[in-house]
Design a protein around this ligand. Sequence first.
Ligand SMILES: Cc1ncc(COP(=O)(O)O)c(C=O)c1O
Length: 426
Amino acid sequence: MLTPYTFVPQARLLDFMRQAADPTLINLAAGLPSSLSVPKQEIAAAFDRVFQTEADLALGYHSPDGDYALRALIAGRLSGRGVRVRAEEIVMTTGCTQALHGMIRLWARPGDVVACEAPAYYASLEVLGDLGVRVLPIPVRDEQGIDLDWVATLFPKFQPRFLVVCPTLSNPSGATLPPENRKTLLDLCRRSGTRIIEDDIYGELCENAEVQPIRAYDDGTTVAYVSSFSKTVAPGLRLGFCVPGPDYDRFALLKCQQDMHSATFCEAGFRRYLERGTLDDQLGALRKFNRERRELGLNVIAEHFPADAKVWLPAGGFMLWAELVDGTDLETVYRAALAEKVAFCRGNAFYTTPAVPAAMRLNTSRSTPDELVRGLKVLGKILHAQSHTGTPPAQREGGHGDRVHTATTAKHGDHGGKITTSETRA
Ligand SMILES: Cc1ncc(COP(=O)(O)O)c(C=O)c1O
């Protein structure tokens, strides 16, 4: 039986962000979208317009809540995805990071039980670990996301104060909670008095149009919603937002104490960009771009990784989660890869305990296609060398459910049915 515990974070965001800035690496580690997919011309035109027409406003202080007209535009976009909120319910933040950290800090007290996914985004785990909460990690066993049987068993017993969840294209697993399970999760949480911090940063990259945020099923009393345009438009704009619900003023106060307000100029420029009405076209192109890159990555993995590597097939996004044969010495693989100037994200960063499945998260869109192929081939070569010294595949039983796919079945054009599902979702 799982039980809550305090933990020391296994990874630091600071280290990842510093590594991401190293131009000499083929970086399959960082969670950054491709710079090729950033709509640079449209953004430049929007920011030019700000300089021409509202420079005084855009270069001055403004309200901690953020640019009102921008918040109204965001509220309109959220309504289109079933989340009915008004501009007055949204606080602009400096990236999703500030929204996520703010909500966690607002709700968590040392010693509280807080539930999270396993695996979960390392930066959320870092904050939870540093705050001294007792985590209750709920397994994500397959592409369907957080295991509701565990939620039903553990939540009544431990009554977590809240759950931090990335229900759509979760980082790192890429799992997406099916629409029919979202209401169930919400009901289970309500029954145990557990609130939800819904991190929806990848929501608009999902290729299944039926998926709506959990917040769409809620009146705002259970779910605080956080997101940003870092994965859909450009991370450097640092344009995030939070829908804190009844804790709106407390959240705005905390945000104001941290940085007064987010960058006025970026908000004004982004408002102009949204007013142009091209974001939906941008998202369509981006989903296609990401799908092509994922398929390229899957094909190379199918050909070059050991056949017992298992890759989860996400319904969108640009990251792949590959589970390796038990006994793979991930540290040795990591160091060998770095020596060849290839970085990947080690799976243990996404867990709260040291004993975890050997897995890697791979970004398929940030490098050029050439680099992606080269980088994955290097990893394949190292993994093959490892598998000759590691635990034989025959000893590897009891993996992570039957919905994962071997590298071989994931080969392009022969996806064993699963990837076809995500292809038709676009
Ligand atoms: C799940 C998740 N939440 C939040 C963030 C942080 O986003 P931002 O760059 O908008 O601060 C990331 C970035 O990788 C992420 O993957």
